[in-house]
Ligand binder design. Structure first.
Ligand code: URP
Ligand code: ZN
Length: 409
């Protein structure tokens, strides 16, 4: 058998298994996994000895090129996916926003145009619903059939994104009818204890939950930074007291939380965050995080002895893929899966800094934090996009992913 690429001698880590093996790639798919794959005729051989080979990370919560708060998030689909690739993330699910008066299709078309010629890795969309008349209700089913299988609803941002309870209820019922998934920004949810208790008694777990690296590493103390510096940490949901961090790590370890995404919503400190210098309500809320998700979770999780390497892979790649209808094409290392692969050095140490990161934003939320464990080489559908820490990809080569409906994690 002739392979286009063979990744040799790495420690292949999936959500369930760990083994020393070679991974053979033909075209954009993984075509063999095993010891001693033939390399004589291979187009490229990558030596991964003493490295982990993990499935490409999947970030299911990003806001690229998003108009918000009187400005636009600073990374577009080119700079955002490049930064994501540097950090080992090869698939992201961004949000197509339906503005009031628009159809859901207009939202989808607008975000496809933003992404198509720019993304260097694959992408999909959730649809943010802000206005749900009968026409849009019908469109929900159409979008599900076209691979936009999840819908984001907000219980925050009155006058912008917030929906009333009746609309939320209608959207939930329609999503259920079409096997779509609702992603809820649930900051002020009403008490539904009776229903929750009933569901739990029936052995049902009606909800899945995500967290983001900022909630694991930062706390309210960051907002006390001198001068206007605290604006760097204005995002929603807001930061909490420090003791929450360990509870969240425990949630990840015990599967109370299933997914780590980033909610990457970058605004530069100069000129963008500064819009709120004289009036805090004008600070565009959001923070940059797309690049360091894997490194931060590996550092605090695996080196911090809170997570096994397999659980690390599960929360950054496999569970997001399962939850959002991308598994087993994405989210694992298996014959027939896309060759989205990260060659990850578990001992590579770095200090996060805006001076060295690749996101198009002039500060880092994680400035000065030491990480141990970093992606070195990253493949997206068999194409190398990051080669020993250097970008070698091509804008426009990322593809839109038509997702399946949700089938549990
Ligand atoms: O602060 C954030 N997260 N801004 C982006 C919009 C949202 O709430 O997801
Ligand atoms: Zn968000």
């Amino acid at each position: 058998m002739r392979f286009d690429t063979v990744i040799r001698n790495g420690t292949v880590v999936t959500a369930t298994d760990t083994s020393i093996a070679d991974v053979g790639i033909v075209g954009d798919k993984i075509s063999a996994i095993g010891a001693g794959l033939p390399v004589e005729n291979a187009g490229r051989v990558i030596d991964a000895a003493s490295h982990l080979v993990i499935p490409g990370g999947i970030d299911v919560h990003t806001h690229l090129d998003m108009p918000f708060g009187g400005t636009t998030s600073a990374d577009d689909f080119e700079t955002g996916t490049i930064a994501a690739a540097f950090g080992g993330t090869t698939t992201l699910i961004d949000f197509a926003i339906q503005y009031k008066g628009q159809t859901l299709r207009q939202a989808f078309d607008t975000w496809m145009l933003k992404a198509q010629s720019k993304a260097v890795t694959d992408y999909a969309f959730h649809c943010i619903i802000t206005d749900l008349g009968s026409a849009q209700l019908e469109e929900m089913g159409q979008l599900v059939r076209e691979g936009v299988t999840s819908f984001k609803l907000f219980m925050a941002y009155p006058g912008v994104f917030m929906l009333d309870d009746a609309t939320i209820f209608k959207a939930m019922r329609q999503a259920a009818k079409h096997s779509g998934l609702i992603c809820m920004h649930a900051e002020n949810g009403g008490a539904i204890d009776v229903i929750v208790q009933q569901a739990l008694a029936e052995g049902k777990r009606p909800a899945y939950a995500e967290t983001c690296p900022q909630y694991l590493y930062l706390s309210l103390e960051n907002m006390d930074a001198p001068g206007f510096e605290g604006a760097k940490y204005v995002f929603t949901p807001p930061l909490r007291e420090k003791w929450h961090q360990e509870k969240l790590w425990q949630g990840l370890a015990r599967d109370t939380l299933q997914v780590v995404s980033t909610d990457h919503c970058p605004f530069c400190f100069k000129e963008q965050k500064e819009l709120g210098k004289d009036d805090f309500t004008k600070i565009p809320n959001g923070g940059p995080g797309i690049e360091h998700r894997l490194s931060l979770i590996y550092t605090g999780g695996v080196h911090g002895k809170r997570l096994s390497p397999n659980r690390f892979v599960e929360i950054v790649s496999t569970a997001p893929a399962k939850l959002f209808g991308l598994y087993p094409r994405k989210g694992t290392i298996a014959v027939g899966s896309d060759a989205d692969l990260v060659i990850f050095d578990p001992n590579h140490e770095e200090t996060i800094s805006a001076k060295t990161h690749h996101m198009r934003v002039d500060y880092s939320m994680f400035e000065g934090i030491r990480t141990k464990g970093a992606p070195r080489t990253v493949l997206s559908r068999g194409r190398t996009v990051i080669d020993s820490g250097k970008f070698v990809g091509r804008p426009g080569s990322g593809q839109f992913l038509r997702r399946q409906t949700y089938s549990g994690v």
